[in-house]
Design a binder for this molecule. Structure first.
Ligand code: FES
Length: 96
């Protein structure tokens, strides 16, 4: 199972999620990364789930059109929308 490490408010939280799962979906059912992940719409529209990827970006799928539309140049700075990511490998990220 992928291990997720999320940095938030100066703290680091680590936990496992099932293979090929989504952090917003997991948080929505009160599983890790709940309650450490901020999110909103779950549909790639609000950007509240925006995270900066620290390690593991090469295992992620290519940004979809929603991420390209919402994030623009932030994609090049390593930002992704957590609600659009189905994760199958370890990932370290931060969220403001
Ligand atoms: S939760 Fe709204 S864009 Fe991801």
């Amino acid at each position: 199972m992928p291990v997720i490490k999320i940095h938030k408010n100066g703290e680091a939280h680590e936990g496992e999620i099932p293979d090929n799962s989504n952090m917003v979906v997991r948080a929505g059912i009160r599983q890790f990364p709940y309650p450490h992940l901020t999110y909103g719409c779950g549909m790639g529209k609000c950007a509240k789930c925006m995270c900066k990827i620290i390690t593991g970006e090469t295992s992620l799928p290519e940004p979809n059109w929603k991420e390209k539309k919402i994030l623009g140049s932030k994609l090049e700075q390593g930002y992704r929308l957590a609600c659009q990511l189905w994760i199958s490998a370890d990932l370290e990220l931060s969220q403001a």
